[in-house]
Design a protein around this ligand. Structure first.
Ligand code: MLT
Length: 268
């Protein structure tokens, strides 16, 4: 990716790529535990017709969490809003996948006027159940004891559609490398942030912003029922369930994913 930039916001140094031209930019927020390269198939597709921005969440990729202390999803939401402000962006179409969706829905609650359209993919508006929370804390203990290698392998197994392990070897290797290059402390902070996050369903219920909801039909981490529940909450939202796609539906089926996003943007 060309056009690499950095900006300091909210005690973080944010690395991002910014390319193309349009009045309203299209901003992508990656999921856990990835970085902005998660969006390569979208970045290259959309930059020819739109201004596209991808950024690394604090601690992930090249972005730093300058204080090195734990962060919450709310802090990540403020980072997003301050990042848009620093780039002098008044309104954006923002797309968040999974944890990126949690960040986006929290930012919507804080400042809905910043968004002219939202795309939430392979995510959910619920908070963690007690069981899910406990599972995250067990994962943290496991990572502290054994490091992130085993965690990365297990995570990747669940993140893609089964056929992609044969057809998208390079992409899967790249995603695995991203996880393995992530600081252990960032992974632990993000797991805690997700475990302690508040629900966003009440934000969606009162939402009046055009919304596209995308989910891989075979997403094991945030299955289509979660997408359907959000679709029921957001009046006039559009839902797209992509077949032969898992949690990383934008990598499993990039052409179909991009086509849904393009149609949505053109409808605004
Ligand atoms: C993600 O992909 O961002 C995470 O799987 C979300 C989660 O664990 O809740």
């Amino acid at each position: 990716m060309r056009n690499n930039f950095t900006v300091k916001v909210n005690g973080a140094t944010v690395h991002y790529n910014d390319e193309g031209i349009s009045t309203v930019p299209l901003v992508f927020i990656h999921g856990f535990p990835f970085d902005k390269t998660l969006w390569l198939p979208q970045y290259h597709f959309f930059k020819t017709h739109y201004r596209v921005i991808v950024y690394d969440i604090r601690g992930f990729g090249f972005s730093t969490n300058d204080s090195d202390t734990d962060f919450s999803i709310e802090v990540l939401a403020k980072d997003l809003l301050l990042f848009l402000h620093a780039l002098k962006i008044e309104k954006a179409i923002v797309c968040g996948l999974s944890m990126g969706g949690y960040v986006l829905m929290n930012a919507l609650r804080l400042d809905p006027d910043k968004f002219s359209g939202i795309i939430v993919c392979d995510t959910q508006c619920n908070a963690d159940s007690e069981e899910a929370k406990q599972k995250r804390y067990r994962t943290i203990e496991h990572i502290r004891a054994k490091g992130i290698t085993g965690f990365a392998e297990e995570f990747v197994k669940d993140a893609f559609y089964i056929d992609s392990f044969n057809t998208k070897k390079e992409e899967i290797e790249a995603v695995t490398r991203v996880i393995l290059n992530t600081k252990q402390q960032t992974i632990i902070s993000a797991l805690k942030a997700m475990a302690e996050r508040k629900e966003s369903c009440s934000t969606l219920e009162s939402l009046k912003i055009p919304t596209l909801i995308i989910c891989g039909k075979q997403d094991k981490l945030t299955p289509p029922e979660k997408a359907q529940a959000m679709h029921t909450l957001v009046k006039n939202s559009v839902i797209a369930i992509i077949n032969n796609a898992g949690h990383l539906s934008n990598i499993d089926q990039p052409e179909e994913f991009n086509a849904h996003v393009k149609k949505f943007i053109e409808s605004l």
